[in-house]
Write a protein that binds this ligand. Structure first.
Ligand code: SF4
Ligand code: SF4
Length: 229
């Protein structure tokens, strides 16, 4: 039988946290396998509140205070359905309890958030979960940038660069910057991409993207946004 097979919601427990002997006899009684399964105790001796401080600097993400750990965000999350380790409720728990190491170890998972805001709409306590996860991801990008996979890195910088330069996001431009920074510009001329461009020319989206203006009071705010990029 597989390790920890008797544990309910086994997928939520890491292999390293399960103590189980395949063959174990205690006082003449065979307690092999699932009969001696134990979980490592979760002792948390020190709180590292760096992530908590970073989240609380973002005005929108301060709604984290209202989280009651109900898990509705994870239940509805687009990414959690595909990647079991992606668990917004747990990321919030780690931030609040100062489990920074766990958070850093899962950085590449946190960065998988697609910013769909389903979690925010599901939350019964009005936590802006999507902003919280985004803020945690931004903080991780500053403390463990070397863990970032090159594609995430390129994506992250394409977003920030475009926001700093234009104050708005245009998907076609993002895609072009992203592919160029990965040295994959040839993909811009792939048959799928050509089909997309034709469609966008046909329905006018291409012209809108090219004519995309700057936000109001852009001159005033530009320096502040650029400093953050
Ligand atoms: S749905 Fe809201 S209250 Fe529930 S765990 Fe997620 S963030 Fe916390
Ligand atoms: S915004 Fe991120 S955390 Fe929220 S539901 Fe979408 S993928 Fe999940």
């Amino acid at each position: 039988m597989a390790k920890g097979a008797g544990i309910v919601e086994r997928s939520l427990v890491r292999d390293a946290d399960i103590l189980e002997h395949e063959n174990f006899v205690l006082d003449g009684i065979d307690v092999s396998g699932r009969w001696n399964t134990m979980l490592k105790s979760r002792v948390h001796a020190s709180r590292d509140l760096q992530a908590w401080d970073a989240v609380r600097q973002n005005l929108v993400a301060t709604s984290i205070d209202r989280c009651i750990q109900c898990g509705m965000c994870t239940a509805g999350c687009t990414v959690a359905h595909e990647i079991p380790d992606f668990n917004p409720r747990q990321f919030i728990y780690w931030v609040r309890t100062g489990r920074t190491e766990e958070l850093k170890q899962q950085a590449n998972v946190v960065w998988r958030c697609v910013g769909c805001y389903v979690c925010t709409h599901h939350c019964p306590k009005g936590v802006n979960t999507a902003e919280v996860i985004e803020t945690i991801g931004q903080w991780l990008a500053t403390v463990v940038p070397n863990r970032m996979d090159p594609a995430f890195h390129a994506n992250h910088h394409a977003y920030r660069r475009q926001l700093a330069r234009r104050g708005r996001l245009s998907l076609p431009m993002l895609q072009a910057t992203f592919l160029r920074s990965l040295g994959r510009q040839h993909e811009l001329w792939s048959p799928e991409m050509q089909k997309t461009v034709l469609k966008m020319l046909w329905d006018g989206r291409a012209f809108k993207a090219l004519a995309m203006g700057r936000p109001r009071r852009w001159r005033k705010n530009r320096r502040h946004v650029a400093a953050q990029a």
